[in-house]
Design a protein around this ligand. Structure first.
Ligand SMILES: Cc1cc2nc3c(=O)[nH]c(=O)nc-3n(C[C@H](O)[C@H](O)[C@H](O)COP(=O)(O)OP(=O)(O)OC[C@H]3O[C@@H](n4cnc5c(N)ncnc54)[C@H](O)[C@@H]3O)c2cc1C
Length: 308
């Protein structure tokens, strides 16, 4: 059956080169399907053999275990998943399109409304899944419909209203679906004023975020009416490190890989931050970063001490 797959299929593929943290063990199988049919064949192979599968975008919101990911990691990196089309005020973008590419194309074509994507180094699949956004807006505010492949390998379009969009949350986070593409409704915008907004967000990012270092963006979600970075800062953890995993000096909610941090070091740091902030404020920080792969411990419910 795998012989019938047209796309590239690798065994024991290292994942550190596919994550912005530059961390992660190997994927048992790494598959880059050539088109939707090929993707379906790959998934039906997984279902038939009871092999777990995972969709990897740009790996910019992931902490992949040092022991890698069991089963098949699927990467929608073929050009057929990276199409962008303009139909009047409606834009269609494939799941594999990089956020920066879509932003550039929309500005070129006289549209605005997604300038915030300038700060988000992922794919559109990842943005739809995470409901990615910044203080300038979030992707759900411009989503019209999203095309998915469901667990029975049927494709269907779902309207934004069906997707339970909230802060960094979507229905996709609860379903074994593959996001294939999305339709966005974008307002017309003067290229210059849209470019200025992008410039503003990039300048702000330069001042407030660690640049040029390996990270996965904000590690924790902001609790209601609070900022995760302020809670971490007030707990005295700015700059705190475990091995090569550190709380950034520039932005206390960014964890960075200083050189050769392991996933275990980052995880231990996250647990220590949770425990310290919980003790000081009674607030349990919820990770925004997705932990994927072969983890031995239950991290979410058990913040613990360093080394335990
Ligand atoms: C420097 C930096 C700054 C950041 N700033 C921001 C910010 O300002 N705002 C913000 O919201 N985020 C930010 N992030 C986090 C990250 O860029 C976003 O969460 C982004 O949307 C993740 O996209 P991705 O393609 O990298 O997804 P990945 O990290 O690869 O995956 C994230 C999740 O999406 C799922 N997924 C991806 N594609 C698909 C698909 N086609 N079908 C089904 N599931 C899919 C994956 O399975 C995984 O569960 C930042 C990250 C970095 C490194």
């Amino acid at each position: 059956m795998v012989e019938l797959l047209k796309g590239n299929l690798l065994k024991n593929a290292p994942l550190d080169q596919h994550t912005t943290f530059r961390i992660g063990g190997k994927a048992d199988l790494f598959f880059v399907p050539e088109d939707e049919e090929d993707l379906k064949k790959g998934l039906s192979y997984c279902y038939e053999k009871e092999i777990p599968w995972f969709i990897l975008g740009n790996g910019s919101n992931l902490l992949v275990s040092d022991d890698g990911i069991e089963g098949m990691v699927i990467h929608l990196d073929h050009s057929l998943f990276k199409k962008i089309t303009f139909e009047d005020s409606q834009i269609r973008a494939g799941a594999g399109v990089k956020t920066a590419v879509l932003l550039r194309e929309t500005l070129e074509n006289g549209f605005g409304g997604i300038e915030f994507l300038g700060a988000i180094p992922g794919t559109m699949g990842g943005a739809f899944y995470m409901n990615a956004g910044t203080y300038l807006g979030e992707i759900s505010s411009v989503v019209k419909e999203i095309k998915i492949l469901d667990e029975s390998l049927n494709t269907k379009w779902l309207s934004k209203e069906e997707l339970d969009y909230r802060y960094r949350h979507s229905l996709f986070q609860e379903k074994p679906w593959v996001i294939l593409e999305g339709k966005l409704n974008l307002p017309r915008a003067e290229k210059i004023s849209a470019q200025l907004k992008v410039h503003e967000i990039l300048e702000r990012r330069k001042k407030t975020q660690p640049l040029g270092v390996a990270s996965a963006g904000s590690a924790f979600k902001n609790p209601p009416s609070r900022s995760a970075w302020q809670l971490i800062d007030a707990a005295g953890l700015r700059g705190f490190s475990i091995g090569d995993a550190a709380v950034s000096d520039v932005h206390a909610n960014f964890l960075i890989n200083k050189n050769s941090a392991s996933a275990k070091e980052v995880l231990t740091l996250m647990r220590f931050i949770q425990k310290t902030v919980l003790e000081k404020t009674g607030i349990l920080l919820e990770p925004e970063i997705k932990l994927v792969g072969r983890w031995k411990e239950n991290f979410l419910t058990k913040p613990c001490e360093v080394g335990k």
